[in-house]
Structure formats: structure tokens, C-alpha cells
Design a protein around this ligand. Structure first.
Ligand code: ZN
Length: 212
């Protein structure tokens, strides 16, 4: 099966420590395939092809299209919100900054950050469900959270996102707690140009500070 991969972006790493395992992963734009040093060129080619196909299949499963995302949202609304949340559009967005998503209740549009694409399905489901719930409750009050209690992985997903945000801050050499001010929702990104007055911009900062 021909791969759609750009092979110039594939780096083969031969390892003497590797005996019978082949691994592949993404590092930014590049794809790394680690193979045992004893592999022949033919074996290498065969396994690179195989691992790239496997990676792509995994990513397809984890990265639904806009159409699939909208269908997913409808399904989630039916299952957990009694079908009461009916968005006009649900789309992936690249301009969400540190937000996981945003919702504009006045026109029923929902945007989900590209950063969530590729996260486990149950995390994506939570983010979509969170934004759907804003169609019913604009703020993060008790009635908002009460709606989300029916989704069994709410607490776990919030923990996942909190850990992800924490980890994302670490490589910049900042001590763990120092980045927290950026997540209060009052940071510069809150004034971004495309923000409309009634939009709910979600960084899910409540996961760091609680509801109080
Ligand atoms: Zn929210």
C-alpha cells in the first residue's frame, strides 16, 4: 500500500540495543522510525512503510474531521444532555490559543481547539460536551457542572487537560506554578480580535482553581 507520507520528513534511527522492536513516533513535523541495527535495507523499507501506515491509521481514528466532530457533538448531546443542546456548527479551530474551545451561545457556534485533536476520545468528548453545555448555561456555575455530572469521565478528563497544560508549560523552564496566572482567563488572549462579547472562551481554568 503506497504511503501518503512525505518520506523526506522521515528519520530512520538504527539502534544496536534494539533487537526485535520497531517504533515510530512524531516529533513536530518529523516522523522517527527506530529499527534494530541488524535490519537489512529491504527490512528497513518494509517496516518503515508498515509503521507509517499504522501511525496514520491511529491518527485518523484520533482525529475526526469537522463532519465527524459535528456528528459526535449531536450524539453527545443526545446521550448526556437529553438532546437539548443543538449547536449550529461544531468545528476545529487553530486560533484558540490556550483555550480548549469556545462557544457563542447567541449563534450556536462551537469551536474546538486543534490541540484537542489527537487526544484520547474520552477527553475530546468531554471538551465537546463542555462547550455544548454552554449552550444551556453561559457561565461555570453549579447548574453548569450539574449538567456534566452525567458524563462519567468529567473529573478524569479535567485532570488530563490540567496535566497537559502543566506539562506544556514545563519545557520553557518555568517552575510548575508560575504559569498559572496565564490561565485565569484574564490574560492577553482574552482580548483577541475575533472575540465576540457573548462568547464563552474556555481555557478550563476552573480545573486549576476550582469553582469557588
Ligand atoms: Zn466553559
Amino acid at each position: 500500500m503506497p504511503s501518503t507520507q512525505d518520506l523526506s520528513q522521515v528519520e530512520i534511527r538504527r539502534s544496536r540495543k534494539r533487537v526485535r522492536t520497531v517504533s515510530a513516533w512524531r516529533e513536530g513535523e518529523r516522523t522517527i522510525v527506530a529499527v534494530p541495527a541488524r535490519f537489512t535495507r529491504a527490512q528497513e523499507n518494509e517496516w518503515v512503510e508498515r509503521m507509517l501506515a499504522r501511525l496514520e491509521a491511529q491518527e485518523r481514528r484520533r482525529k475526526p474531521s469537522d463532519v465527524e466532530l459535528a456528528a459526535r457533538a449531536q450524539d453527545l448531546s443526545t446521550r448526556y444532555l437529553g438532546g437539548r443542546a443543538t449547536p449550529t456548527t461544531v468545528r476545529w479551530a487553530t486560533n484558540q490559543g490556550r483555550r480548549w474551545g469556545s462557544c457563542t451561545p447567541s449563534d450556536g457556534t462551537i469551536r474546538i481547539s486543534d490541540r484537542v485533536r489527537g487526544m484520547p476520545r474520552w477527553v475530546l468528548d468531554y471538551v465537546v460536551l463542555h462547550e455544548l453545555t454552554h449552550l444551556l448555561h453561559a457561565g461555570h456555575g453549579p447548574e453548569f457542572w450539574a449538567e456534566l455530572e452525567s458524563y462519567p469521565r468529567t473529573a478524569r478528563a479535567r485532570g488530563f487537560l490540567e496535566g497537559y497544560a502543566y506539562g506544556a508549560d514545563r519545557p520553557e523552564g518555568r517552575p510548575g506554578g508560575e504559569g498559572l496566572d496565564d490561565l485565569t482567563g484574564e490574560g492577553p488572549q482574552a482580548a483577541s480580535a475575533d472575540r465576540t462579547d457573548d462568547r464563552v472562551d474556555d481555557e478550563f481554568s476552573e480545573t486549576l482553581f476550582g469553582d469557588g
